[in-house]
Design a protein around this ligand. Structure first.
Ligand code: NAD
Length: 349
């Protein structure tokens, strides 16, 4: 049995708890929050749960095998490094590194302890449509890729930002819509199309003045290592609650997704189009969503992979280094916004 602990018992923590509870061979036994009442509340139905307010004390317990880090962005690096150095397997919520320096710290600690499984949550990689789409792209089903566009819009109100002091600050959150919400889609783009070469970007705070010190709207163009141009627009000042729209235009087929579901497909060869359509729509996803609908079902799948990686003494599917690539992408977009120039993404890698 892999005994797991959760550090940070706020909004996302119940999604981790519910995910672990579906995994044979895993058990959540340790709960930690600076505010003990939050840890007690999360553990209310867990007999014998151990409650902590200091993660260092929790990591001293030899019975604890693995940790989910579900705290604010600024504390991720410190807690992840402490877990690794204590010999605990660790999976960290996005974003793995609020700054490039945080990332370096975490990657250095992980490199010193290869016996420990270290992963970063990007649950949309476990969405079956994304997995199939990645395979179709690798098989060149869309022909030569010409352009890709990703539009993301959601709503984060002033009240949302006022609910937790870390949100909307450079020191606490590290940025706005890009580092917190749109990062899921930057990771999706890397998952589908590989690494990014350079970016040019612009950002603004359009509707959250006097409330946040970071951006609520960002647009950028990225040149990927394979030469593909991708444009991205993202805002969290929208009327839409949560909507992503991905368009992939290739010489053979054009495909469009809304919220990762197929909405448009056309191409040169009818039988090829039919095969791709059935591959992308014949999905009967029975997994239960724990938490908000737009979290999707991926947490349970990713936590399952994390637990199996521990049992099988292998690396998890999303290693810290792989997850870090998406944080690096975010940092590069911010650097490009600041400089007003193309930013070479490799300088952070
Ligand atoms: N993957 C997703 O879809 C998804 C969705 C929501 C949030 N998140 C991520 O989850 C993380 C947490 O977000 P949230 O909305 O749950 O935040 P939150 O503010 O609701 O909860 C964070 C909790 O961590 C606790 N905490 C902070 N520092 C701590 C420390 N040193 N030791 C112990 N506890 C500490 C706080 O007291 C708080 O209860 C963030 O990284 C966020 O980006 C991911």
């Amino acid at each position: 049995m892999v005994k797991c602990g959760i550090v940070g018992c706020g909004i996302i923590a119940p999604t981790h708890l519910a995910g672990y509870r579906q995994i044979p061979g895993a058990e959540v036994t340790h709960f930690c929050d600076l505010l003990s009442e939050k840890a007690v509340k999360l553990a209310e139905n867990i007999p014998g749960a151990k409650i902590f307010t200091d993660y260092r004390e929790m990591f001293k317990d030899p019975e604890l095998d693995a940790v989910s880090v579900c705290t604010d962005h600024a504390s991720h690096a410190e807690i992840v490094c402490a877990a690794i150095n204590a010999g605990k397997h660790v999976i960290c919520e996005k974003v793995p590194g609020r700054t490039p320096e945080d990332l370096d710290m975490m990657l250095a600690a992980a490199a010193q302890h290869p016996e420990v499984a270290v992963s970063g949550i990007f649950q949309h990689r476990f969405n079956r449509n994304n997995i199939i789409l990645k395979e179709l792209i690798a098989q060149n089903k869309f022909g030569k890729l010409l352009t890709v566009n990703l539009n993301f819009a959601c709503l984060r109100t002033d009240d949302y930002y006022r609910q937790a002091a870390w949100r909307g600050t450079v020191s606490g959150e590290g940025g706005g819509v890009l580092i917190n919400q749109a990062i899921h889609f930057l990771d999706q783009l890397r998952f589908l199309f590989g690494n990014v070469r350079r970016v040019a970007a612009i950002s603004a705070n359009l509707t959250h003045q006097q409330v946040i010190e970071v951006e609520d709207t960002v647009s950028f163009v990225a040149e990927f290592a394979n030469g593909l141009f991708i444009t991205v627009n993202s805002t969290n000042s929208a009327s839409a609650k949560w909507r992503s729209a991905l368009t992939i235009c290739g010489t053979e087929m054009q495909v469009e997704f809304i919220d990762e579901k197929l909405v448009y497909l056309d191409g040169n060869d009818d039988s090829a189009v039919t095969a791709v359509r059935s591959a992308l729509t014949d999905i009967d996803d029975q997994e239960k969503i724990h938490g908000k609908v737009y979290y999707g079902t991926g947490h349970t799948a990713q936590l399952t992979d994390f637990i199996r990686a521990i049992e099988e003494h292998r690396a998890p599917e999303v290693t810290l280094a792989e997850a870090s690539g998406s944080a690096v992408f975010v940092h590069a977009v911010y650097a490009a916004c600041k400089s007003g120039k193309w930013c070479d993404v490799r300088q952070f890698q």
